[in-house]
Design a binder for this molecule. Structure first.
Ligand code: ATP
Ligand code: MG
Length: 549
């Protein structure tokens, strides 16, 4: 679709109207991760959306760490989040921390107290919960709701000064305990937590709640369009209330449906449990839906950005097929990945009429989709390995690979014919003897044609490599719909990773990037590799094999 005919999503529509009407001269968005875990593909969607909109409309995007809960957050996560965003190809205009605004937020809270719009509540956590009422039943006003401004200011200052224990008092907004939206029933603004914060240390022992911190941080930075996920729509009246009562810059919140993917889980807590329980090797295990995991698996930033684009911006919750993500990386790697030959499950083939001493270098195309990738030489010889799957002793009709007395083409080389099947004492196929036709050398324009072409590796110089084949992490497509008495751990796929010793052409040693093993899929070198033991992760197969099953 061209730019002109592409239909706008609802957020683009809002932005275009806001720019047209002169409400804003330029837009400012933000990506606001809580540094309590590693980013996943859902966050990638949000990053692409926030940065993408700003890029498209000539605006900017801030990175703001939403670090208002000292108990769960850590600087380790801050670093990885920044690395992931950069890797995705985005640059933030400014880097902020909600904790930078603690002083300002405190001053604004005092202002609300002055306006009679906030009060210190001494009720216990339990009492507050019970007295909030229910959707069908109004809440009950706190006995502390009518405290004087002076008393509230004094108590609030003493909360800050550390005079009280965790949970002893909270600061609440004074709104309406009978409000139909439970969020508006005197929401808590501050709670006491005596804990060390990864940035502010022990300076604070009162911490703002998400609802109080988020909108005010947006407003402080003059964010124009604050985009978040759908669960926050019921928070919007509160977001607006704080901004209106404080009479500060009117940021606006817009909600879109969070990204869900089939065959995986996406909450940071569940992903953390997978790591802690050693169900995966770490945050960047190639089976994880984390950005680190996808990167290690061989996904490219381009493929993830293209996925985010294709998913679009929905207003209703939905679950996107994992195969859509896989198709995006296939499409990208088809253009960029060089081709090499590797055999995962080798079957030895001796070419009986090929001269013992002879060897020859054959021309192989590095990437048929990209002429600039050039060619390389692959050595042919008397003994080669083919894929066990490419031979059948008793083939069905229309089997075009190798079988007794049948012919097949060896990629970049010759047509061979299977003359003899050699078996061991258990009756297992151990080796094949084939003949080759010297006149059929690849590139020979008037040579004979056969229906099947298979890949191979020369035995004399074959390189042993470890190949890790991945499958879905979970066996269920809709992991949010599993029965309540089950845990998502029960659905882990025991075959989500299979390590194989493969044989490959030696030029693989020089490969530092995504590569296609012909007919087997796209692969990516794993950081666990050492010079004498290369390891490759299969990013994705060449075709969507699950589709036809
Ligand atoms: P999780 O629920 O996975 O722990 P979170 O929403 O708590 O994630 P945050 O660090 O608060 O994680 O999220 C940062 C931003 O990324 C927020 O704006 C949030 O709305 C967005 N985001 C998180 N998960 C998704 C998702 N699955 N799809 C789209 N956006 C997401
Ligand atoms: Mg969150």
């Amino acid at each position: 679709m061209s730019e002109e005919t592409k239909t706008l999503n609802f957020i683009e529509e809002i932005i275009e109207n806001d720019l047209k009407s002169g409400k804003y001269q330029s837009i400012l968005t933000r990506f606001p991760p809580e540094p309590n875990g590693y980013l996943h593909i859902g966050h990638a969607k949000s990053i692409c959306l926030n940065f993408g909109l700003a890029q498209h409309y000539g605006g900017k995007t801030n990175l703001r760490f939403d670090d208002t809960n000292p108990v769960k957050e850590d600087v380790e996560y801050v670093d990885s989040i920044k690395e992931d965003i950069r890797w995705l190809g985005f640059r933030w205009a400014a880097e902020y921390y909600a904790s930078d605004y603690f002083e300002q937020l405190y001053v604004w809270a005092q202002e609300l107290i002055h306006k009679g719009l906030a009060y210190v509540d001494d009720q216990t956590h339990e009492e507050i919960k019970i007295n909030r009422g229910a959707v069908t039943r109004p809440g009950i006003n706190s006995p502390y709701r009518e405290r004087s401004t002076e008393e509230n200011l004094d108590l609030f200052a003493r909360m800050r000064a550390g005079e009280f224990q965790d949970g002893e008092r909270v600061l609440r907004a004074k709104i309406d305990m009978a409000h139909p939206n439970m969020m508006m029933r005197d929401p808590i603004m501050y709670r006491i937590i005596h804990a060390n914060h990864h940035r502010t240390g022990d300076k604070w022992c009162i911490y703002p709640m998400y609802d109080y911190a988020h909108g005010q941080s947006d407003s402080y930075e003059k964010i124009t369009h604050s985009i978040c996920t759908l669960e926050f729509d019921i928070h919007r009246p509160l977001y607006d209330w704080f901004i209106e009562k404080l009479e500060i810059f009117p940021s606006h919140q817009y909600e879109f449906a969070r990204l869900n993917l089939t065959y995986t889980v996406m909450s940071k807590r569940k992903l953390l449990d997978l790591v802690k329980g050693n169900y995966v090797s770490g945050w960047d295990d190639p089976r994880m839906p984390t950005i680190g995991g996808l990167r290690r698996r061989g996904y490219t930033p381009e493929s993830i950005r293209s996925f985010a684009e294709k998913v679009g911006v929905a207003k209703r919750p939905n679950v996107i097929e994992l195969s859509l993500l896989e198709n995006c990386v296939r499409e990208d790697l088809n253009k960029r990945a060089e081709r090499r030959m590797a055999v995962l499950n080798p079957l030895k083939v001796t070419i009986i009429n090929y001269p013992e001493s002879q060897g020859e270098d054959l021309n192989a195309v590095n990437n048929p989709e990209n002429a600039e990738a050039g060619t390389r030489k692959v050595a042919f010889g008397k003994v080669i390995y083919i894929e066990r799957d490419d031979f059948m002793e008793n083939p069905p009709k229309k089997y075009f690979r190798l079988s007794p007395q049948q012919e097949v083409r060896l990629k970049y080389a010759y047509i061979i014919k299977c003359e003899k099947v050699i078996k061991n004492s258990e009756g297992e196929i151990e080796e094949l003897e084939c003949s080759y036709d010297p006149s059929t050398k690849s590139g020979n324009a008037d040579g004979r044609q056969v229906k099947g072409t298979i890949h191979w590796v020369n035995a004399r110089e074959a390189l042993k490599v470890e190949v890790r084949l991945y499958d879905r992490l979970f066996t269920e497509s809709h992991m949010d719909d599993i029965p309540e008495d089950k845990s998502y751990i029960d659905y882990l796929n025991p075959e989500s990773m299979i390590a194989v010793n493969a044989l490959a052409e030696p030029s693989l040693k020089e490969v530092k990037d995504n590569v296609q093993f012909e007919r087997l899929g796209y692969f990516y070198p794993d950081p666990d590799s050492s010079p004498d033991r290369l390891i490759f992760n299969r990013t994705v197969t060449l075709k969507d094999s699950k589709k036809n099953k």
